[in-house]
Design a protein around this ligand. Structure first.
Ligand code: ADP
Ligand code: MG
Length: 377
């Protein structure tokens, strides 16, 4: 057997176990457990206040957990001070030393660790090359653009070769184009260096672009963990479905045997969905998996086996360049967003009766959810 073809087993580098952080009677991080793999790019994604930065700060050592355990490579970190954790950190505010040159900023962590000058210069030169700032080594931070300053901050965090790099919304202050360029750079940097990166953002597109895995945060908990594709295509719960991208939610009642009733009408559901008869169900269909047809088109196109169809009334049709969206409402008042329009779809007009179709296999089925999960954010 060819050893090269064997998948490398993932080894856990960081374990967060039943981590809690309370501020008075407020719980910022709530019994959070998470394993971070050696060498992965993991992103904490969640809305503001969901506990991302607090969790990262506990890992960095700037905050002390109220309870719980943090281990890196099997060793407890709880009583280890930040500078002894072998962890580099980059914040949204670059926090460079304004009076120092780029070179001295990058050299700073080595100077305080008292590395010999020759070794220090060698490493700083390598970092300047890595972040492509060799020509700017003698400038001061104020003489650099925001993106260049952030590259200095990244170089400074990497220069002492930490095993783990933590980044808290590092690109948040930059404009969109620059942010995307730096996202590409970061992805390449991660690939070249092979270090473990834990990244915090509230921007789902950024999380998708950068990460191998994403941990979705809500109210101090991780409520979804997986690759962007996994989380988008098969969200573990309605909150993640609604948080990541757009979703249609249809409230139905199970009838048993891969069936349900939606607004009085039978629909098929995934055969693998475990449901009891009469159980309330939530079906989730992504807009690009739902198809809208005019009455005439629906009459001319038989419903394929395993597909569902409901009647609705068009409320709006939007042309968005690379995609188009039809909003419609069912007789029972369920709002639907449809991105797969049939050839005649663009001719749909507000007020028109349409048929909305989806394949049963494309609808996720949830048996537990909260009303708040169905709202964005
Ligand atoms: P995020 O980074 O996801 O936006 P944070 O981890 O910064 O969220 O904060 C989580 C929650 O904890 C927020 O509601 C925040 O107000 C609260 N919090 C954070 N730090 C403190 C503090 N030092 N004192 C009191 N509450 C705090
Ligand atoms: Mg934060």
């Amino acid at each position: 057997m060819n050893a090269i073809l064997k998948p490398t087993p993932h080894t856990t580098l960081v374990s967060l176990r039943q981590l809690n952080k309370h501020y008075g009677d407020f719980t910022a991080v709530d019994n959070l457990s998470l394993e971070i793999q050696d060498g992965e790019f993991l992103t904490f994604l969640g809305s503001s206040g969901s506990g991302k930065s607090t969790t990262l700060s506990m890992l960095a050592g700037f905050e002390t957990p109220s309870s719980g355990e943090i281990e890196v490579a099997g060793r407890s970190l709880v009583n280890v001070p930040p500078h002894k954790r072998d962890i580099g950190m980059v914040f949204q505010r670059y926090s460079l030393f304004p009076h120092m040159s780029v070179r001295d900023n990058i050299a700073f962590p080595l100077a305080i660790r008292k590395l010999p000058a020759a070794e220090r210069d060698k490493r700083v030169n390598a970092m300047l090359k890595l972040v492509q700032l060799e020509a700017f080594a003698h400038r001061r931070p104020a003489q650099l653009s925001g993106g260049q300053q952030q590259r200095v901050a990244i170089a400074r965090a990497l220069v002492y070769e930490p095993r783990i790099l933590l980044m808290d919304e590092p690109l948040g202050a930059l404009d969109k184009k620059l942010r995307e360029d730096l996202q590409d750079e970061l992805r390449h940097l991660h690939r070249r260096l092979g270090i473990t990166i834990v990244y915090v953002t509230h921007d789902q597109e950024e999380a998708m672009r950068l990460s191998q895995r994403i941990a979705i945060f809500s109210h101090g908990k991780v409520v979804g963990l997986g690759s962007g594709v996994e989380l988008y295509q098969n969200p573990p719960n309605a909150f993640v479905a609604s948080f990541l991208g757009n979703s249609n939610f249809l409230q139905a009642t199970a009838t048993g045997n891969a069936g349900a009733v939606f607004e009085g009408q039978p629909v098929s559901i995934r055969p693998q969905a475990q449901t009891g008869s009469q159980q309330p169900l939530l079906l989730m269909v992504r807009p690009e998996k739902a198809l809208a047809l005019s009455q005439a088109a629906a009459a001319a196109t038989p419903l394929p086996p395993g597909w569902n169809e409901v009647a609705a009334t068009v409320s709006e049709v939007l042309f968005l360049g690379e995609s188009q969206t039809c909003s419609a409402v069912t007789a029972g008042g369920t709002a639907l967003t449809v991105k797969a329009l049939s050839a005649s779809g663009m001719a749909l007009t507000p007020g028109e009766a349409v048929r909305v179709r989806w394949a049963a296999g494309d609808a996720c089925v949830y048996t537990e959810w909260a009303a708040a999960d169905l709202k964005k954010g």
